[in-house]
Design a protein. Structure first.
Lengths: 116, 113
């Protein structure tokens, strides 16, 4: 079982709605990530937080707004999304320098988002 | 720019045979390469990491090789089982020590009983 917990597992929202995806880990990891995955495509990096500070934003549209309230939590706030934003959103975590030194990145099960 | 290529066609093999998946990359020299397994509707699960100074790594029925001259990694599953059926993703760190992990397209393996 994954040690990264994501909620909700499924979310259907209208284009005018505001919703949030939540992610939690208790492994003491200080790097947390949001990835987006479309069907039959690889995960694509959206955001990276290191020590609760945003370190990478892969030119993600502002309708996606990440937040890291503390070292265990990561949120993704959604507003005015488009149908093409429908995808599996994956949260992940690792040691703070994990991807530089080659440590494991742990993924959650993902949140399936459908925008109608 | 960096490019990672995995065979996008599904690999179908008979139970008990060895499955071999390929990951090729171009335009940089990663310090390591990772392999993940992803089942439908679930997040990727880490399997193995191999560093640039390692030729081969093993874990139970899994074996990974890393040829930095050919810019290629091979992922082998010996004595394959139907439960090994999944999509396998290779992943490499982005260039410049940015903390990014970039995934290949993945290869879907189907092991038939």
């Amino acid at each position: 079982d994954t040690e990264v917990t994501q909620t909700p597992k499924h979310l259907v929202m209208g284009m005018t709605n505001k919703k949030s995806l939540k992610c939690e880990q208790h492994m003491g990891h200080r790097a947390m990530y949001w990835y987006k995955q479309k069907a039959k495509k690889p995960p694509e990096l959206m955001f990276v937080y290191s020590y609760e500070k945003l370190s990478i934003n892969e030119s993600v549209p502002s309708r996606f707004s990440p937040e890291c309230p503390n070292s265990s939590l990561l949120n993704l706030h959604l507003h005015a999304l488009q149908p093409e934003d429908s995808a599996l959103y994956l949260c992940a975590s690792s040691q703070a320098d994990g991807l530089i030194s080659g440590n494991t990145i742990y993924f959650g099960e993902g949140s399936w988002l459908t925008v109608v | 720019s960096q490019k990672i290529e995995q065979n996008s066609e599904a690999l179908n093999i008979q139970e008990g045979k060895t499955a071999t998946l390929t990951c090729n990359y171009t335009n940089y020299s990663p310090a390591y390469l990772q392999w993940y397994r992803q089942d439908p509707g679930r997040g990727p699960v880490f399997l193995l990491l191999i560093r640039e100074n390692e030729k081969e790594k093993r874990k139970e029925r899994l074996k990974v090789t890393f040829d930095t001259t050919l810019k290629q990694s091979l992922f082998h599953i010996t004595a394959s089982q139907p439960a090994d059926s999944a999509t396998y993703l290779c992943a490499l760190p982005g260039s410049g020590n940015t903390g990014k992990l970039i995934f290949g397209q993945g290869t879907t393996l189907q092991v038939k009983p």
